[in-house]
Design a protein around this ligand. Structure first.
Ligand code: HEC
Ligand code: HEC
Ligand code: HEC
Ligand code: HEC
Ligand code: HEC
Length: 454
């Protein structure tokens, strides 16, 4: 009995505590707890925008537009850059309009100064990036918002008194605005955004490793910063001529990358901005067995101190080789693709990586065995793709969710407004004479400008 009694007591106690916990669950949901962003992301540089930057002495509001009043050429170059288009980018706008997109986080790299933000996020509910606590920003500057990765992102910081100053790398200049010269800080700023590896959850992964790739390229390229190649050196005045400053060593601010600009009209600026492909098609070795020709082709990552392609995981390169008859009709085609291959569901995972490492040469042997000399031509083409048709199709379908009329129209006909890819090399070889014709970059960009879609 004793035992029984004890058991029943235990049972009663158990059912009471069960009821209590049920009661607790139903009536007192765990309270939402705001956790500071800095705690959740251990102060990753992209987890918050730069603080509010007050007007700069001698300049005024820290908008690019204002810097451009004196730094006329640099401003004009920057205006054509992908950085200046980082917010207006149609692909970005399309992704931002998805209900699942963590907008506040995306904007930290695409509009990275607090002045550019309608709302600011300092806390996350329960530390979850999907439930940011947005607070209105009284210092919001809509003009500066449109500037995307604007001058101040790299050049303006706060001193101990909370005043804005310009971060520079030259030091011999006497500007009308305050400057501090810290060359490494300025030059390494790129890495905060272009070398961000972070797994937010199963589907949201940030995998930009361009900085690591550069580091791993080791001594073969010496000590290089991103700007050594992406901000070509030139001699000029840093400001408009009326200010009577001497000619100095300056740097192009077009930030040219893979040769696929954000708008068709920007194709014209690629060569001017310093574009060059990093790839070299090496002498096409060919054997001859009687009347039969055999082709091999090799590609070298000659000019990029990081993988090709780098950056966005969806970028890829296509090497297309075609054999044509005398009328230009294609007899055979071979397409080789290299880039990263990701699986997004159920869990984001890199499944293959066929990118070309700095200095690496990939060889494809015996591409076409038994080509006849009288078969006219063999054509080698290289395409750099940023947006593939299947993703563009998603964008068109989802365009209804985009709130602005203008953007919705553009995204629904994305192929007319946004270059998907560019042709970055073309070479024809006459099989009879062995003579080759290599297309100039000017010709290639003209072709690219007239392509639409894939
Ligand atoms: C009123 C004209 C004016 C405006 C506006 C202006 N600057 Fe300058 N800036 C100058 C002059 C003049 C120099 C010195 C040029 C020289 O001596 O060759 C200079 C130099 C610089 C330098 C080089 C400093 C060094 O020694 O490394 C940087 C960087 C710079 N400015 C950035 C900016 C940025 C960013 C803005 C906008 C927030 C801006 N400037 C707005 C006139 C201006
Ligand atoms: C850590 C900084 C960072 C964050 C956070 C970030 N981006 Fe980006 N984004 C970049 C950089 C750097 C590039 C350029 C990469 C390149 O050109 O290959 C880029 C490029 C893009 C592009 C253009 C891709 C292309 O191939 O043209 C899109 C679209 C984009 N981001 C969307 C987003 C969205 C959506 C989010 C939020 C989920 C986001 N980004 C968050 C840094 C960031
Ligand atoms: C605050 C974040 C941020 C910083 C800092 C930054 N970038 Fe970027 N960069 C971006 C974003 C975002 C894009 C892509 C915008 C898009 O595609 O919509 C981009 C695009 C580029 C591209 C264009 C690639 C292409 O093919 O069009 C190059 C090149 C580039 N950045 C180089 C640099 C260099 C060099 C530095 C440092 C001097 C730098 N970036 C600093 C965010 C940043
Ligand atoms: C993505 C980062 C980035 C952005 C955006 C950017 N700059 Fe620069 N800028 C640099 C770097 C890095 C250097 C130093 C290059 C070096 O010395 O190797 C530099 C150098 C300069 C200089 C010194 C002279 C020279 O050409 O080297 C001036 C002036 C300048 N920038 C003005 C501007 C202005 C004005 C804007 C906006 C229109 C702007 N920058 C946007 C990164 C940036
Ligand atoms: C030794 C020169 C060199 C250095 C250093 C360099 N790049 Fe590049 N980068 C290139 C070349 C060349 C291309 C064009 C590659 C191609 O053919 O697509 C390129 C392309 C890019 C692209 C466009 C994507 C692509 O694959 O074309 C981005 C983004 C980029 N670079 C960012 C960076 C960043 C960030 C750094 C610093 C960590 C950096 N680069 C350092 C030469 C360089």
């Amino acid at each position: 009995m004793f035992l029984n009694k004890k058991r029943s007591f235990l049972l009663a106690a158990l059912s009471l505590s069960l009821a209590a916990s049920l009661f607790y669950c139903i009536f007192t949901k765990p309270k939402d707890k705001p956790i500071p962003v800095d705690e959740v992301f251990s102060q990753a540089p992209w987890s918050k925008p730069l603080p509010i930057l007050p007007p700069l002495a001698g300049v005024g509001e820290v908008r690019a537009e204002n810097c451009g009043r004196c730094h006329v050429e640099i401003y004009a170059e920057w205006k054509t850059s992908t950085h200046a288009n980082a917010l207006s980018d149609l692909q970005f706008q399309s992704e931002l309009s998805k209900s699942s997109s963590p907008r506040w986080l995306c904007l930290n790299c695409h509009t990275p100064v607090a002045n550019q933000r309608e709302t600011l996020v300092n806390y996350l509910n329960n530390g979850d990036y999907r439930t940011p606590i947005e607070e209105p920003n009284p210092d919001f500057d809509p003009k500066m918002k449109a500037e995307g990765v604007t001058c101040a992102v790299c050049h303006v910081r706060l001193d101990e008194q909370g005043n804005s100053y310009v971060l520079g790398a030259n030091g011999k200049t006497k500007p009308p605005h305050p400057v501090k010269i810290i060359p490494d800080k300025l030059k390494n700023r790129c890495l905060d955004c272009h070398n961000a590896n972070y797994v937010l959850d199963d589907q949201l992964v940030c995998a930009f490793k361009t900085g690591n790739e550069l580091e791993q390229s080791g001594n073969s390229h010496g000590k290089l910063a991103c700007g050594s190649c992406h901000m070509g050196e030139l001699q000029r005045k840093l400001v408009k001529p009326e200010l009577n400053t001497p000619i100095r060593t300056s740097h192009k601010h077009s930030f040219i990358g893979g040769g696929v600009p954000k708008k068709f009209e920007l194709y014209e600026k690629q060569i001017l901005g310093g574009y060059r492909t990093g790839l070299k098609i090496n002498p096409i070795q060919w054997k001859q067995k009687g009347n039969d020709l055999e082709y091999s082709v090799s590609l070298t990552n000659e000019k990029a101190a990081h993988n090709i392609p780098t950056g966005d995981p969806e970028r890829f390169i296509l090497l297309k080789i075609s054999v044509l008859d005398s009328k230009g009709k294609s007899l055979a085609t071979k397409v080789i693709k290299f880039g990263q291959e990701w699986e997004w569901y159920p869990k984001a995972r890199l499944v293959a990586d066929t990118r070309i490492l700095p200095g690496e040469t990939k060889v494809w042997k015996d591409l076409f065995v038994g080509i006849k000399k009288d078969q006219s031509k063999i054509v080698f083409e290289i395409y750099h793709t940023r947006l593939k048709e299947s993703n563009a199709e998603h964008m068109r379908k989802n365009s209804e969710n985009v709130s602005s009329d203008d953007l919705r129209k553009k995204i629904s006909k994305i192929e007319n407004h946004y270059p998907f890819s560019s042709i970055v090399h073309k070479e024809d070889i006459d099989l009879n004479s062995g003579k080759s014709r290599v297309y100039s970059p000017e010709e290639l960009f003209r072709i690219s400008k007239n392509r639409r879609g894939e």
